[in-house]
Each structure stands twice: as structure tokens, then as C-alpha cells.
Design a protein around this ligand. Structure first.
Ligand code: NAI
Ligand code: MG
Length: 329
């Protein structure tokens, strides 16, 4: 199998090589191909994600992506590499599992999966200035994208606890979220063995903290999924441990949920678990379930034995954590 490696910016350049070391230690038949993306690359070349990178992703069996830094203000010519990949490669499903880890920093008995629509919603890129003092962003919801993301959610639920929660704000966004909600419930009819419930996104934000054990699969639109998944990661130890996968019909790009973390980049203290667990998701996607399970068992063992990076309240370096996982594979 050929794996495209895009480390990106900041801690991406640390945690992706760490995850790659874990993959290499499994001694599978993997070939790594390297590609560029990110703000640093943009500053050097004027392009945040060259076509060559997209072509390498397309030619590989799966991609492991770190994170990139995006400026808070508009920079001419810059486009967010991960958004560009999600849209141009039709990576329409963003899967963000949130599962308890065996440490005091994690709530127990949480095992949920956020299925976030990944190509439209408020991130469709339709932002414009009406005049100097009025800015407008359009929120795009289509039946087609809602249907395919709902189908992913229900299929995933079938292999899990058979429950889907449709999260929306249809009481206010009657047309856009109205369509999303209705489409999800139509798809639900094809899955009579799966229990379907719905929740408004603000109530969901509270219930996630209060009663996360109650949920199995949560399906929602792009922005809500982005926010709820960062929130949910806090239940199990924070952004440093949260993995994700961007999946389409032809390609899969796996990445830790966190960003480039400029506040800790270059210090060797980043938590590699988000990236390593993303690599495990990638192994599942490649149908190497046994190898994926080995990685997850090793992660759990290392946590049970008390190793903690700084974000989890300890003092282990990223390298110590990574080596311990490799020793326990
Ligand atoms: P962030 O996720 O980079 O950092 C948020 C907080 O979590 C920081 O305190 C950071 O130190 C901590 N953190 C993140 N990853 C960690 C790790 N592996 N181990 C320990 N602690 C970790 O989000 P922030 O600060 O909002 O954004 C920083 C940059 O990242 C921005 O330029 C943003 O645009 C970009 N970003 C990129 C993403 C991507 O490429 N998919 C996703 C989110 C943000
Ligand atoms: Mg996010």
C-alpha cells in the first residue's frame, strides 16, 4: 500500500513522523510518499497546496495529514489545504470517534462517533462583502450531500450501538437545516433496525457534557460538527488525543483533530496520540483491522502504565510516548 504523508505546519511536523514511526514498526507492506501543503510552503512558493500534492493523494491508497496554519485575516492567494482537499477530492464524510481512554484524564464509558458533513454548510466558501460594513456568508445545504452523509451515519451505527442522533437547528434555519433534518429522517426509514433521535445543536452541546454515554452516532452539518467534535474531545483528554478521517468514495485522508498548535510547536512536547490513533483509523480503512487493533492496544497499555504528555498532566515528551507505544505493539 502507498501512503501519502503530508506533515504540514507546526506540530504536524512532529506528530506525523511519530505516527509514521508507529506504522513502520508494524512491518506492513507500506510505501511512503511525501507531499507538501501549508502556510510555510505557501510563504516559500505562493501556493498552499500545489496540484502535485492533490495528484499524489489521488495516486496513493490513503493519506496521513498533520495540520496547517491558517491566517486569521485574508491573505491573497492562500486557501486552506485541508478545505481544498475535502472539496476537490470529495471527502464528504468527516468521521470523528470519541472513545474513552484508560486514564484519569478521560471520562469513562464514552464511545460515540461524530459524522460531520465535510463539503458544504457554512464552510462552502461563499463569503462576500455586501459593502464595507456588511459581510455575508452563505450556508449551503443540499439534499444530495445530506443524503450521503446520513447514509454513512446509519451504516456506521449498524456496526455499532444502532443509534443515530440527528443534530441541527431546524427551528431557526428552517430551509437549510429543515432540508438536512428531513433528508436524514428519510434515510432513517431504510434503517429500521437503527434508533433515530434528533437534538437541537445548542442542547446537544450541553448534553455532550452532561450525558455523553447516552450517544452513539451523531450526524450533523459542517460547522456544528467541527465545534461539537472539539468539545467532545475534551471528554477524553482534549485535542491532543482526538483522531479523525476525511472519507470519500475514492480517497481517505486521516488527520488528528487538532491544528498546528504554534504555542507548543518545536518543543517536542506535543501529544502524538491524535496522530497515532488517526493512523489506526487509516489502517482500518485499508482493511488492516488487526494492525489497527494492535496500535490501539499499545496506546491503552501505555496510558494504563501512567505515561502522560504535558497536555494530559504529565511530563513525558512526544518521543518518549511514541517509543513506549512502539515497544508495546
Ligand atoms: P490547535 O488545535 O492548534 O491548538 C489548540 C490548543 O490545543 C493549544 O493550546 C495547543 O497547544 C493544544 N494542542 C493542539 N494539539 C496538541 C497536541 N498534539 N498535544 C498537546 N496539545 C495540543 O488550534 P488553534 O490554536 O485554534 O489553531 C492553531 C492553528 O492551527 C491555526 O492556524 C488554525 O487555523 C490551525 N488549525 C488547523 C487545522 C487543520 O489543519 N486541520 C485544524 C484546526 C486548527
Ligand atoms: Mg476544528
Amino acid at each position: 500500500m502507498r501512503i501519502c504523508i503530508i506533515a504540514g505546519d507546526g506540530v504536524g511536523q512532529e506528530v506525523i513522523p511519530a505516527a509514521q514511526r508507529v506504522l513502520q514498526a508494524l512491518q506492513l507492506d507500506l510505501e511512503f510518499v511525501y507531499a507538501h501543503a501549508g502556510f510555510e510552503y505557501f510563504q516559500k512558493t505562493g501556493d498552499a497546496i500545489p496540484n502535485a500534492t492533490i495528484e499524489i493523494v489521488q495516486a496513493c491508497d490513503a493519506t496521513l495529514f498533520g495540520a496547517t496554519s491558517s491566517p486569521m485575516t485574508r491573505v491573497e492567494g492562500y486557501r486552506s489545504p485541508i478545505l481544498a482537499m475535502r472539496q476537490s477530492l470529495a471527502l464528504y464524510a468527516n468521521l470523528r470517534p470519541v472513545k474513552s481512554l484508560p486514564g484519569e484524564f478521560s471520562r469513562q464509558n464514552v464511545d460515540l462517533l461524530i459524522v460531520r458533513e465535510n463539503t458544504e454548510g457554512l464552510y462552502a466558501g461563499r463569503e462576500r462583502a455586501e459593502d464595507a460594513e456588511t459581510m455575508i456568508a452563505e450556508r449551503v445545504i443540499t439534499k444530495r450531500a445530506s443524503e450521503r452523509i446520513a447514509r454513512v451515519a446509519f451504516e456506521m451505527a449498524r456496526a455499532r450501538k444502532k443509534q443515530v442522533t440527528v443534530v441541527h437547528k431546524a427551528n431557526v434555519l428552517k430551509l437549510t437545516d429543515g432540508l438536512f433534518r428531513e433528508t436524514c429522517f428519510n434515510v432513517a426509514r431504510e434503517f429500521p433496525d437503527v434508533e433515530t433521535q434528533e437534538m437541537l445543536v445548542d442542547a446537544m452541546a450541553m448534553r455532550l457534557i452532561q450525558d455523553p454515554q447516552h450517544f452513539d452516532v451523531i450526524v450533523t452539518t459542517n460547522l456544528f460538527g467541527d465545534i461539537l467534535s472539539d468539545e467532545a474531545s475534551a471528554l477524553i483528554g482534549g485535542l491532543g488525543v482526538a483522531p479523525s478521517g476525511n472519507i470519500g468514495t475514492r480517497h481517505g485522508v486521516f488527520e488528528p483533530v487538532h491544528g498546528s498548535a504554534p504555542d507548543i510547536a518545536g518543543q517536542g512536547v506535543a501529544n502524538p496520540l491524535g496522530a497515532i490513533l488517526s493512523a489506526a483509523m487509516m489502517l482500518d480503512y485499508l482493511e488492516w483491522e488487526e494492525a489497527a487493533a494492535r496500535v490501539r492496544r499499545a496506546v491503552n497499555t501505555v496510558i494504563e502504565r501512567g505515561m502522560r504528555t504535558r497536555d494530559l498532566g504529565g511530563s513525558a515528551s512526544m518521543d518518549e510516548m511514541t517509543r513506549a507505544i512502539i515497544e508495546n505493539l
